[in-house]
Design a protein around this ligand. Structure first.
Ligand SMILES: [Zn+2]
Ligand SMILES: [Zn+2]
Length: 340
């Protein structure tokens, strides 16, 4: 089969002919119909995910089940399924013995998690073998290219909103209107909250309003002047913008970090009113459990959130990577390995 392959740290993506995987016991073989590109694919390519090469990236995978391995329960040939970054855990280590739900934390704590596009093959390929229990069923009328970004962008931002525990009447600000942010904005709006888009890009203002923003501001100062926000959903991969936006955080407000910036630490300014005197909180957030994934897939199925996607064939991998890594992708790149 054809697959995109990371051959080494900071090496360009290659399209290679590789053996088609088979469904091992407990797995399903999925014909990949769409595979979304997350900025974490760039971090993985730059070496921040460890020495995982050669490996196929991609952890926003959806498609059709074409084979079912021995002992794989609950999935049948023809099922429309998706999977996320974490398919399964080892089941035996100290962390697994706690029997906590499968979340992003599992990947950080289990000694041998099956992570899509890291420990195991990712989705930017024609086929992928996935732990059957790590798949979710998709609504019948949700298009594959709209479903794929829900597996990380949707799951991540919905988990962030859930982790912020917003209360009725609170105002949600989404910092960064990109791959994650444009989804977060729609989710916050669909949940009935007053929303603010925080973006430095003037050309994104009109679109932010179309996506559900009640207000659009350029940064923390303007957010403060607008009356502030109770929740800052940080969806950018640059902490600088996140720190700046905190000038607009209301008393008892929560900053939720769901974007990754491996280049610098997140810091809290000591200028102005001290953070602790505002009783504010910084919350780390990741994929929070498959009940959250089901909620966001359901919202997508009902048309409450629809990603804006640019589609690519696997042969366009180099071009796609260039757009993704340079921040020019608007807003989610999705591979369609078998065409539209
Ligand atoms: Zn991701
Ligand atoms: Zn484990």
């Amino acid at each position: 089969m054809k697959a995109v392959v990371m051959t080494g740290a900071n090496k360009p993506w290659e399209v290679q002919e590789v053996p088609t995987p088979v469904a091992e016991p407990g797995q399903v073989l999925v014909k990949v119909r769409a595979s979304g590109m997350c900025f974490t694919d760039v971090w993985a390519t730059q070496g921040y995910g460890g020495d995982i090469y050669p490996q196929t990236p991609g952890h926003e995978v959806v498609g059709e089940v074409v084979a079912v391995g021995d002992g794989a329960h609950g999935r049948e040939i023809g099922d429309r399924v998706g999977t996320t970054w974490v398919q399964s855990a080892c089941g035996r280590c100290d962390y697994c013995r706690k029997n906590l739900p499968l979340t992003g934390q599992t990947a950080m704590n289990c000694v041998a998690p099956r992570t899509t596009g890291f420990a195991a093959q990712g989705g930017h390929a024609e086929y992928i073998a996935i732990t059957a229990g790590g798949t979710v069923l998709l609504p019948d009328d949700l298009a594959f290219e709209d479903a794929a970004p829900m597996m990380c962008a949707g799951y991540t931002t919905w988990s962030a909103l859930r982790d912020a525990e917003p209360r009725p009447g609170e105002r949600i600000a989404v910092v960064g209107i990109g791959g994650l942010g444009h989804v977060a904005l729609q989710l916050a709006k669909a949940s009935g909250f007053e929303t603010v888009a925080v973006t430095h890009s003037p050309d994104k203002h009109d679109l932010a309003v179309e996506l559900g923003a009640d207000h659009v501001v350029a940064g923390g100062k303007e957010l403060h002047d607008l009356g502030g926000a109770d929740v800052l959903l940080i969806t950018t991969n640059a902490f600088e913008a996140a720190e700046e936006a905190m000038a607009g955080l209301r008393p008892s407000g929560r900053v939720v970090l769901s974007g990754l910036d491996f280049t610098r630490p997140f810091s809290i300014s000591s200028e102005g009113v001290p953070f602790h005197m505002m009783r504010q909180k910084v919350i780390g957030s990741t994929h929070g459990g498959r009940h959250y994934l089901s909620e966001v897939v359901d919202l997508a199925g009902r048309g409450k959130v629809k990603p804006i996607v640019e589609t690519f064939s696997l042969d366009q991998a180099a071009e796609a990577y260039d757009r993704l890594s340079s921040g020019r992708m608007r807003f989610r790149g999705v591979f369609l390995p078998h065409g539209a």
